[in-house]
Every structure is written in structure tokens, then in C-alpha cells.
Write a protein that binds this ligand. Structure first.
Ligand code: GTP
Length: 311
């Protein structure tokens, strides 16, 4: 059968979720992509590398860029991260600001939205995340607060969308609304590709996540993980592959090294086991993981060290 109406054009482009630490950005990215590609943690500010998740659909390809949280810079690392965030905003088609429904928008959100308002060209969405945690009345309050924040900062929200990534509520709707704002264009990545972050970066993040589990709040910023070597072991039966990974966990001070390693190495062993399971689940291959804890003194303040650690 022939028809005069053309099928809808294929769209492709980039969106990025921003918001305060713990706003649910990574969880939402994962829910949209359908596979764990970004690191989530119950502790703030663990997302440091820009990891993209890719939503493949017959009509569109939506590439999600996950940036670190924006915060008032106190160290050189903080400044670099903020620059990276703002540069990303100008390059994407849509920036979606995540406002967790169980917390009132605060000064941090205002700071972020004010910065975002300066990036004129980019379309701005507001996403009310974690809606499963509040009542409909609280959600209504929250949506009005988001609307007010937009007006006060001169930000025009193209959409305000409530979602729950955990309950799967409205995640699909959000994807549709994002796709609708993308320019017409071809597929930018091959089918089935979930993330173009190098596997080393994903592995480093998984190790970092494991190393942060159960340690106190002062540590998150002081850990960096670098994968030195990652390769399939040679001369193995192809049916029994083994991925050999050598990685360094960098901390800033001797005292932190002690925390990461634990009594007689007990904690580091746990970290290794946990990371190994995560990596195996992620890459689908058994892993041998060799972890070393090293001190890179004050690495957050030292440009040379920062470059070495991949910033
Ligand atoms: N109940 C509920 N919890 C959620 C939802 N989305 C995220 N969370 C939880 O909120 C916490 C933070 O989620 P993340 O996705 O890591 O938040 P993030 O914004 O990426 O955090 P950073 O990487 O620190 O910037 C985790 O404990 C999640 O399980 C949701 O829809 N409902």
C-alpha cells in the first residue's frame, strides 16, 4: 500500500541530566538506557567521568551525557569539573535539571539554574525525580516550587516532568519528550551500543564505587582509580576467558590509605570482591582483579597529578 504521508523523520541528539548530588541522575540514565552504565551510589558526588548512555529507538537515537554535579569550586578539581559541566551544557540539545521530590529546591539548585540560564541556546527541562517518595500533594508543591525557581532565575522550562526511575513511572514519557526536541538526523552510534565510555573508565568507576561503599563522608573526593592494564589472559581455552585487570586506587594521604586497605587488608579484599562481581556482571566475563592503593599527595590541587589521573 502506498501513502502520501512520509514516516516521521529519524531524530538524533544529546541530552544531559544535571542536578544536585544524589538527585537521581544516574539512576534515571540507567532506567532510560535499560542497563547499568553509570555509577550510582547512596553517597553524593560519585559521578565524575562523563559517561554516555544511548537510547536506541526505531525513530530516534538519544545520547545521554552524565556530568558531574556542579558545586561552588573549592579546589582546582572543582573548577575543572565546573568548566566541563558548562561546556557540556552548551553542546547538548537538552539539559534536564533533576529536582528530587523528597527535598525542597535549595540554594544549590538556584546556583545551578542561574548558571544554566546563561547558556541561552540549549533547551531546558525540569525533572521532578523520586516521585515514589512523596504524596500527590507534596509533588504538586514541588512542581510549583520548580516553576517558581524557573521564573525567578529567568529560565524557561520547555517541560516540567515528574518521574520515578525506581518505579519506572513516566520514564518512557520523559524519553518521548526529549526525543521530540532532538534535531532530525541519522543514527550516530551503531545499534546495540549502550555507552561509548571506554571500558577502562567504566571499570575504574565500578572499582571506585566499591571502594567508597561503607567509608565515611570525608573520603569520596579523595579517591581516584586508574586502570593500568586490562586484557584477556592469553593462551586460555576460548570457552573460559579471564579478563585480567591491574588498577591503582589513589588516595591523598597515608591515613586514607589505611581506611581503604583496612585491618590486615580486609577492606581492600572486600572492595576487590565487590568490584570483581560488578565488572563481571557488566562485561559478562570472569575477572581477575589486582588492586594497589597508592598515595598521590594532594592530587586534587595539583595540575600534573590531575592530568595523570585523567582529568
Ligand atoms: N525512591 C527512589 N530513589 C531513587 C530514585 N532515583 C534514585 N534514587 C536513589 O537516590 C540515590 C541517588 O541516586 P543517583 O542516581 O546515584 O543520584 P545522582 O544524581 O546520579 O548522584 P551523584 O552521582 O552523586 O550526582 C540512590 O540511592 C538511588 O537509589 C527514585 O526514582 N526513587
Amino acid at each position: 500500500m502506498s501513502s502520501d504521508t512520509q514516516p516521521p523523520a529519524h531524530r538524533s541528539g544529546f541530552a544531559c541530566f544535571v542536578g544536585r548530588p544524589n538527585a537521581g541522575k544516574s539512576t534515571l540514565t540507567n532506567a532510560m538506557v535499560g542497563t547499568k552504565v553509570v555509577i550510582t551510589s547512596s553517597k553524593p558526588q560519585t559521578t565524575r567521568t562523563v559517561v554516555r548512555g544511548i537510547v536506541h529507538r526505531p525513530d530516534a537515537q538519544l545520547i545521554l551525557v552524565d556530568t558531574p554535579g556542579l558545586h561552588r569550586p573549592r579546589t582546582l578539581l572543582g573548577e575543572r569539573l565546573n568548566d566541563l559541566v558548562v561546556t557540556t551544557w552548551a553542546e547538548v540539545d537538552v539539559v534536564a535539571v533533576c529536582f528530587p521530590a523528597d527535598e525542597k529546591p535549595g540554594p544549590g539548585d538556584r546556583f545551578l539554574v542561574n548558571e544554566l540560564a546563561k547558556v541561552k541556546r540549549t533547551i531546558k527541562f525540569a525533572v521532578a525525580t523520586k516521585t515514589d517518595l512523596v504524596t500527590p500533594e507534596q509533588l504538586a508543591e514541588h512542581l510549583m516550587a520548580i516553576d517558581r525557581l524557573g521564573q525567578e532565575t529567568g529560565t524557561e522550562w520547555a517541560e516540567i516532568v515528574p518521574v520515578s526511575a525506581v518505579a519506572g513511572d513516566q520514564v518512557q514519557l520523559l524519553a518521548d519528550l526529549l526525543v521530540a526536541r532532538l534535531p532530525e538526523g541519522p543514527q550516530l552510534y551503531p545499534d546495540g551500543e549502550l555507552s561509548d565510555a571506554p571500558e577502562e573508565a567504566i571499570v575504574a568507576d565500578l572499582i571506585r564505587e566499591a571502594a567508597l561503599e561503607g567509608v565515611r563522608d570525608e573520603l569520596p573526593h579523595s579517591i581516584a582509580v586508574v586502570v593500568e592494564e586490562m586484557a584477556l589472559k592469553e593462551d586460555r581455552d576460548p570457552d573460559k576467558p579471564l579478563l585480567v585487570i591491574h588498577a591503582n586506587v589513589f588516595v591523598e594521604r597515608d591515613s586514607q590509605k589505611g581506611i581503604v586497605i583496612g585491618h590486615k587488608g580486609s577492606r581492600l579484599r572486600e572492595v576487590g570482591t565487590e568490584a570483581r562481581q560488578q565488572i563481571t556482571a557488566m562485561l559478562g566475563v570472569p575477572v581477575y582483579l589486582d588492586l594497589h592503593v597508592k598515595i598521590a599527595k594532594d592530587w586534587q590541587r595539583d595540575p600534573k597529578q590531575l592530568r595523570r589521573l585523567g582529568f
